[in-house]
Ligand binder design. Structure first.
Ligand SMILES: Cc1ncc(COP(=O)(O)O)c(C=O)c1O
Length: 417
């Protein structure tokens, strides 16, 4: 009989079960309106697109190369880095050598590769803005890399706290290797760094010799600042990309651009590729080909290709924020932030909004949301919930907010302080 206590310690960590737990709630109450998943809107999906993208890519490389490339094992770094580099130039103003790019099985694999690579021994730690995407917490646990939280503050990162945490780590004999953050419309907060903060952060990271891991799955969905990577004069930014929100999560294609030289080795990308060669060997070329077809068909401009999606997400966010304002006029103990784009907003409520309240909400009120404590590793956010609106119709947002208001009113009447 296997014993959980004798398996890798991460398997006993709530971080590794939080995604499943949230999916289970949704499965158990299929009639509930869900503000939980940060998934792309499904109304624009068309199976024919997948066939067409594949054909576009095959036409691009020619049938002889295509036969080998689609059927065979591929290069570990990937087969479409040249096209990704053109996409980065078009959408993000980023100049990246294709050889500095590793195509990964979603951005999630890129996170894992980075953490595995940066964790040399027990002195190494990762800084990350808190609250943070659960995939980061999970990958860090799997790679035995402690995460030191940095306050998000009002604009996505509190620079004083960033400097203070680096200082404290060093005084404790630890090595802060990198700081993970989502500078644009972050998951879960919806926050975005202003330009001044971006420039100051880059200088500070260079001064402190700490890499910045810039994760940018939502940046195209709203008006925003230049990416950290496009502003980086010091070479401190490792850029993580995902095609899950701008193309399709089903392809599971993401990438990492890491051209930083490694003394005694190749580039950081070369080292990441070594790790990848022992995990997934290579990202499925068929999946890369589908994404490549979408890039080629849209002249590498996914911002333009996602115009309808961006409009829909913007409209949904406005409906969500306006709907909250109507239901909780001042003075209310319910407050929320007002992101300028992306999929998420955060609501603060005057009671503990934990997994039990979520189950009650789904069962009795037919509405699902994400307790924010999952994004704080259980260390905070107990009175906050994340609302995602990317997957919903206007009617669902309206009805869902009515249900949420009923839940909040029930809890307020119970008088929990
Ligand atoms: C901030 C953030 N990073 C990474 C990911 C994972 O992306 P992928 O589907 O490319 O693995 C997500 C997915 O929701 C996310 O929100």
């Amino acid at each position: 009989m296997l014993d959980l206590s004798e398996l890798h310690p991460s398997l006993s960590d709530p971080a590794l079960t939080s995604m499943n737990l949230l999916n289970e709630v949704a499965d158990r109450y299929p009639g509930a309106i869900s503000f939980a998943p940060g998934r792309p809107y499904a109304g624009f999906f068309s199976v024919e697109d997948v066939h067409r993208y594949l054909r576009v890519y095959v036409d691009h490389i020619g049938p002889r190369v295509a036969r080998d490339r689609l059927f065979q094992y591929g290069r570990t770094k990937g087969v479409i880095q040249d096209l990704i580099a053109r996409n980065l130039a078009a959408d993000e103003g980023i100049t990246a050598d294709p050889e500095s790019i590793v195509v990964t099985v979603g951005c999630q694999e890129a996170l894992f590769l980075l953490m595995r690579t940066l964790r040399a021994d027990e002195r190494d730690v990762l800084l990350a803005t808190t609250p943070m995407y659960v995939g980061v917490t999970g990958a860090a646990r799997l790679t035995d890399l402690p995460v030191v939280p940095v306050e998000s503050g009002r604009t996505g990162i509190d620079l004083d706290d960033f400097a203070a945490k680096i200082d404290k780590c060093r005084r404790d004999g630890l090595r802060p290797r990198a700081c993970y953050l989502v500078p644009d419309f972050a998951n879960p907060t919806g926050l975005s760094l202003d330009l001044e903060t971006r420039l100051a952060l880059l200088d500070l990271a260079a001064e402190q010799d700490v890499l910045l891991l810039e994760d940018n799955p939502y940046g195209l969905f709203g008006p925003r600042m230049p990416t950290l990577r496009s502003l980086d004069r010091h070479g401190v930014v490792v850029y993580l990309g995902s095609y899950s929100k701008t193309a399709m999560p089903g392809a599971r294609v993401g990438f990492v651009a890491a051209g930083q030289p490694v003394r005694g080795g190749g580039t950081l990308a070369d080292e990441l590729a070594k790790v990848k060669s022992m995990i997934s060997v290579n990202t499925p070329p068929v999946a890369q080909a589908v994404i490549a077809g979408k890039l080629l068909e849209n002249d590498f401009d996914l911002r333009a290709a996602n115009r309808a999606e961006t409009e829909l997400y913007g409209r949904n966010l406005r409906l969500l924020l306006d709907g909250l304002a109507r239901r909780f006029p001042p003075p209310s103990r319910v407050t929320w932030n007002r992101p300028g784009g992306g999929f998420f907003a955060v609501l603060s409520v005057p009671f503990t909004a934990d997994d039990e309240v979520l189950a009650h909400s789904a069962r009795e009120h037919g509405v699902i949301w994400t307790p924010m404590h999952h994004f704080y590793g259980g260390q905070g956010g107990h009175r906050q919930i994340r609302l995602a609106c990317s997957l919903l119709t206007p009617d669902q947002i309206d009805a869902g907010l009515d249900r949420l208001a009923a839940l909040i009113s029930e809890w307020e009447q119970r008088g929990e302080q």
